[in-house]
Design a protein around this ligand. Structure first.
Ligand SMILES: C[S@@+](CC[C@H](N)C(=O)[O-])C[C@H]1O[C@@H](n2cnc3c(N)ncnc32)[C@H](O)[C@@H]1O
Length: 204
């Protein structure tokens, strides 16, 4: 199992989590921007879907998904995160599992939503996780990915050492090899501003 950002796994870190990410006017601006981008990606899919939010973290996106009428199952490897998600979104189904091995059958839900996971994954893990999302999602996968161009990787590493990029061209050819279309909804939160919200869905 690959544990991204293990600092978030203890309850004290959870309390600092959103505060640190969205502090001040710049933080508020980033939050507005990422909400806008996520809502537009979700609007490209039908309402009232069965959705897996992986990783759900503290359940930050559950209400956004529920606003579209989606029935949400939150998945995370951190029990503390899931406990907080359950507290914030009363009645939400919360499942302790890892993104690499989701405990769901093929096409078991309609949508997998994944915000701020891919950028933490080593490339060899990333494509396995995306395959897993595609396996369980009947309609589509909305995920954020750091797509900083390779020419900027050395610079980006210095700016945000824990954020890992993948070349968009590589991602596109992976999607093509799986018979998926890849639609880019634009920039969302990232210290280096290169993270984008993507929709993967079948082409047939
Ligand atoms: C940056 S947070 C993102 C949470 C949420 N999507 C958000 O935008 O607030 C990363 C979360 O990923 C979880 N996580 C890390 N590695 C994971 C894995 N392999 N499978 C499932 N969850 C994982 C962590 O426990 C943490 O809650």
């Amino acid at each position: 199992m690959y544990r991204a950002r293990t600092a978030y796994l203890d309850p004290a870190a959870i309390a600092r989590y959103e505060d640190s990410r969205f502090r001040g006017p710049l933080g508020a601006y980033k939050l507005r921007r990422e909400r806008r981008v996520v809502r537009s990606a979700l609007a490209a899919l039908p309402p009232n879907l069965r959705a897996v939010d992986c990783p759900t973290g503290v359940g930050r996106w559950i209400s956004t998904l529920a606003d579209r009428g989606h029935q949400v199952i939150g998945v995370d490897i951190s029990v503390a995160m899931l406990t907080e998600a359950r507290r914030r979104a009363e009645g939400v189904a919360a499942v302790h599992a890892e993104a690499e091995h989701l405990p769901f059958g093929d096409d078991c839900v309609d949508l997998v939503f994944s915000f701020a996971l891919a950028k933490h994954l080593p490339r060899e893990v990333l494509f396995g996780v995306l395959d897993e999302f595609v396996r369980v999602a009947r309609i589509g996968v909305v995920c954020t990915v750091n797509t900083t161009p390779p020419v900027l990787w050395a610079w980006a590493k210095r700016r945000a050492p824990r954020s890992r990029a993948v070349d968009l061209a590589v991602l596109r050819s992976w999607a093509q090899s799986r018979g998926l279309s890849l639609r880019d909804f634009g920039r969302c939160h990232s210290p280096i501003g290169m993270e984008r919200c993507l929709l993967l869905r079948g082409t047939d």
